[in-house]
Design a protein around this ligand. Sequence first.
Ligand code: SF4
Length: 304
Amino acid sequence: MADLSNEFSWSRSRDATFQDCRRKYYLHYYGAWGGWAADAAADVRLLYILKQLASRQMWAGRVVHDAIEMALHVYQQGRDVPVEPFVADVIERMRGEWRSSRAGRYRDSPKTLALFEHEYAVDLKPEVWQALSRNVSTCLRNFFRLPLLAEVRKTAPEHWSIEHWSKVFDFEGTPVWSAPDFGFWNDAGRLTLVDWKTGASDADATAFQLGCYALYAREVLGVPAAQVVLLEVNLREPTVTPLAWDDARLEAIREQLRLSIRSMRAYLAEPAANVARREDFERTEELRICRWCNFRRVCRPELV
Ligand code: SF4
């Protein structure tokens, strides 16, 4: 494999990590860098393994997103999806992943499922895991029943974006990773960008996320704000919430991105080379954030 270099880029999750805790941000985006290599130093390898940990809610969300992507591919090929066998298959695969995580396979194969709850031996009753798989089933069944899905299926599948036109775009010299979960052109000729949600949502975070999609539409596809429809689809409820959008809001998103990028770069020892020093990134004083932090084991071992 060609040598990879750690280039600075921006994503919403990177911004969220930076806001949470500067040290966590450093460990995730710099400290763990290179830990995928078989000959990586043991401390780097450990950070890389910890970096992959997902909470059970994140995992459930990913399972639903992947399953929907798969179903949309089937629809795109003009075939139907048998809902109950499909859901049963997803849950069966979840069981396999869960067992793999519990057995700690991820320590040798960090790309396999690594649950935070297993790494940190969080004591959870079986009912909690059962509720999680029930939530995944509910979200998927709701997806198949959505009037929005019927509307999507009436449009030309060659114009759907399932794996996205592109996932990264240039924003004033910084690569930005942001792509909607799904996009299609509706009957009225407007680009509809969708965000699937599987749990409770935070209004500000959702507005920022959807705003980034609108920016994506503008920068990658050249589609103006007035021609974009942004939808938050909460699959648990299920509800479809449109977000009002215009040029002024798009400019506010640009400003938010500029500020975020500037703040992250200001922490770098050498911004041009994207070089960071651990000691420049302070640890948060909010221990409630540490409780659920992937890096607790190395950063605040006294809390483990
Ligand atoms: S354990 Fe706490 S201080 Fe350390 S990286 Fe995580 S959130 Fe930051």
